[in-house]
Design a protein around this ligand. Sequence first.
Ligand code: FES
Length: 615
Amino acid sequence: MASQEAKELLSLGPSEVGSLNDGVNFRKNPEDGKCYIIYKSGEGIRACKNQCKHQGGLFIKDIEDLDGRTVKCTKHNWKLNVSTMKYVNPPDSFLQDELEVEVSDDGGLRLLELNPVDPWLVCVTYLTHACMELQLGGKRLMFDPWLKGPAFARGWWLLHEPPEDALDRMCAADLIYISHMHSDHLSYPTLKVLSERRPDMPIYVGDTSRPVFWYLEQSQVKLTNINVTPFGVWQNIDDHLRLMILMDGVHPEMDTCIIVDYKGHMILNTVDCTRPNGGRLPHNVDLMMGDFAGGASGFPMTFYGGKYTESWKEQFIRNERKKLLNYKSDLVRSLQPRIYCPFAGYFVEAHPSDRYIKDTNIKNSPVSLNELINRTAPDIKTWTPKPGAVLDLGLALRDPSNSAAITDPPAGAKIYKDSWEFSLYVDELNRAISSAIFKHPGWIQFYYTWAGFANYNLVVRMVETDDAFEPVAAGYDYLVDFLDLSFPSSRPDREHSYLEVTAHSRAVNAEWTLTLAFSASSVGNNRVFISFVQASFLFLCFCISVPELQRLLKAWQMYHFVLNKKKEREREKTFNAIRVGGKKRLGLRCIPCMKPNRKDKQRRRSGRGRISQTE
Ligand code: FES
C-alpha cells in the first residue's frame, strides 16, 4: 500500500494572500477549477475544500450569519462553521476535513491535502436496497449498485431515493462487489452508467457456475476489469484491506456473500444467501448486514382458485414472513456481530399493474427485525439505514451509545421514491416483447429448452389472455411437461402436479417465475390462474435482464434464419400431427399452431376447455 502523502491543491502568492479578507474567502485553482474555502482570523488561517460532506454540494456565504464564519450548502442547506470546521446544521454532525496550510517565508501560501486523510477511518454509507459504500481509510468499496431503473423486468423498483451523488460515488469507487446475477444486484441500467464513465472499474464476483456476467462480450455494457475470484480465498487489495467471497449453501450455483477485513475490522455481508457458506461464518464481526424482507417470490398472491383464497394467502404470507424473521434473528444472535444492519430488501412493486401484488405481498420491516434482535440479543447494536445515512464504525464500536456514530440524511431529504420513470423502461421491455422472436411458431420450445428448467414432476398449461385475463382468440394455449421438457397435447396419465397459467400479453413481472420453481412440489392438482407475464417471459424474467433478453432475441433470430427451411417444414408437420391429438382430448391448441380451432373457441366460451381441480 502506498504510504500517506501530501498533495498540493492550491498555491497563492504573497499578493494574493494579502488580498484575503478577514473571515470567509472563496478561491479557485485556475488549473483544475476546484474551489477552496479559506478562513482568515487573528489566530491564523484555516482551509478546506468547497465540498459539502453530505453529498458534495458547493458552499456559499451564509447571509444569515452575521459573524461571517458560516457557509451554507447550496444542495440541502447544511451549514459549516469554517472557524471550527464543524457542521452546525445538522447539529453535532460531521467535522469538515481540513487542509494543511503551509505559509512560506515570502508570505505565499500552499494548501496541502494528506492522502488518505484518516488512514484508520471505517465508514459505511447506505445508498439503496443492497448497495452500501464502505470507506476504508483511503479506499472506497461498493456493494451491489442498483441505483436506477427496475429489476426483474418491470417487477421491482427502488423503494428508497438514492442520494443525488450515488452514481458519482459508484464511479469514484476503488472496487465494486456484485454478489449475484439477479437484477436487483446486477443492475444493467446502473452498470451502463459505470461502463460509460469507468469501464475499467475493478469488479469482484464469485466463481459461480451460473456466471454473474452472462454474455458480457455481446452486451452493450463494456466493463473491462471483472475479477472472478475463487471461493474462500482472501483477495488482498492492499496491505491493509482484503476480501473473501463465499458461496451460499442452498444456491451455490448463484448466490454469494462477502467478508471484508480492513486493519482487523471485519464486515460480513450475507446479501441474499439462504445459508451463507453452509452456515459456517465468523463470529463477533464488527458489522454484519443481510436481507430481511421476504416477498421476493410472487407466490401465492398471483394464484387463485382451489385453496388460494384471500384468507389462505394472508395467513400463508404472515407465517412465511414470521419464519424468515425468526430465522434471521437466530442467525444474527448465533453470530453475535457487534452491529447488525438489515438491508437488501428495500424494493417495491411500484408499477400500477402490480398494485394487487404490492398491497398483498407484505414484506418484513427492518425495524421489526431489529426490535426482535434487540429483545433477544440486547448486546448487538442495530442500525436501520436511510439512504445517505453514514455509520462511523470506529465511533460506534468505541461507544455504541454515541449518537454521533450514525449520521442520518438531513431533515427534508427525500427518503422514499414517489416516481420511477416507468415509461422509459417499460417501453424498452415492450419493444422486446414485440420482437420477431414471438412471431415464429417454434420459439416456445426453443425458449424452454434454452432455460433448461426440467426434471420436475410438473405439468403447466399456459393460456394467453388479454389484460382482463380472458383468453385471446388467436393466443397461445399449450401444455408443458417439465419432467422431460416435452409439450404433450394432453396431460400425462402419471400422478403429477398441475398448474394452469393465464398470462396476459403485455404485463411483465418476474415474480411468478420464482413461484413456479418453488411451489412445483407442493401445488398438487390445483387449478391456478396467474395474473401476469406473457407465457414466454416466465422463466426469462427470472434469470435475465433486458440487455440479456435482447441478446437472446438476437440469438433466436440467428437461430431461426439459419435453420434449414426444409427441416422447418418437417417440424411444422410433426407439430400439426400433435395438434390433432390435443384437440380431441382437451381442446388445447398445440404450440406451433397459431390459429385456434372452432371447437377451442366454443369450449373456452362455455368454460369446458379449462381443467377443473377435480379432474
Ligand atoms: S450536499 Fe450539502 S447538504 Fe446535502
